[in-house]
Design a binder for this molecule. Sequence first.
Ligand SMILES: [Fe+2]
Ligand SMILES: [Fe+2]
Length: 263
Amino acid sequence: MRLTVVEESYNKIRTWYDAYVLEFSSEDSEIQINIDLLKEHASRVIENVNELALSINIDESNLFLLQTAALLHDIGRFDQLVKHGTYADNEYSNHIQIGLNVIEEHDVLMGLEEEERLLVIDCVKMHDLSELPKISDEQSLILIDLLRDADRIDVLRIVSDYYTHKKVHPNRHLDMELKDMPAIAKKVSSAIMAEKVVRREDVETVNDLKLSQMSWIFDMKHKRSFKIVSEKSYIKAIFETLPKSDVVIDMYRNMKIFMENQL
Ligand SMILES: [Fe+2]
Ligand SMILES: [Fe+2]
């Protein structure tokens, strides 16, 4: 039965993942903290996809494919962190491309059929795009949207906690090589006031980054996602770490109202 095969494949990939990640263990505490963070992120994203999937109709073998995609979506981050010393994607180091190479080199999806493999690959490929291209296959779109919401919910958890406790527990990698200065780019505030996700290329400072992460709410697809983000106060927590200028207060108010309307 297909379900058993897909479930077995998922379990085998988990075993492979644990062994793969173990190879990155480091005595450098800065690296090890980030390895642990990435591992915990993957587990949390799996939990999130499971939770979000409860609210919609998704068959069980697709759920295992989605869990597979959730486990692997940031697999490229380990190599990126250790080899390139950064999480900032650029033309030389992009966590999606590195991840796709790792999946191919290790033949991670070998237990799956071609169509299933493509579904997982599409999820990994598209989990982090600022804007999704038109996706005609309805099943793929459902899975991709679930993974994107699940991923963003957990990144909001990580960064809201990080920004709040940054002085005590600095982690320069989470600042994405950006300057920590008060300026906020005009394009960032324009996007947020228009209820749009901030484009990556418009992010210039750490404050822009914080606002761009908050702006993900404009692209969240599931009611349950808004509930989680709202209950956990992630947006509010990040706002608390921003300078309270008029423009920031206006942006926050706009996002708060938008969120309330989705609940
Ligand atoms: Fe990612
Ligand atoms: Fe992620």
